[in-house]
Design a protein around this ligand. Structure first.
Ligand SMILES: [Zn+2]
Length: 55
């Protein structure tokens, strides 16, 4: 299991996601970024931050 919190990348947001693997987690994060933060697509720098924060 892997999980991610928006707070871990410094966002003022209570979003938490959990998935079986990183691919699924990335999909959830991409959807959340698009729907809530209006960020689409996430750039390379953001993904680097996100991947560091995933555990
Ligand atoms: Zn968020």
């Amino acid at each position: 299991m892997v999980s991610f919190k928006c707070k871990d990348i410094g966002m003022d947001c209570d979003f938490k996601a959990t998935a079986d693997n990183v691919q699924e987690l990335d999909e959830q994060i991409a959807r959340h970024a698009r729907e809530v933060h209006k960020i689409d697509p996430l750039d390379k720098e953001m993904w680097m931050k996100i991947h560091k924060a995933e555990k």
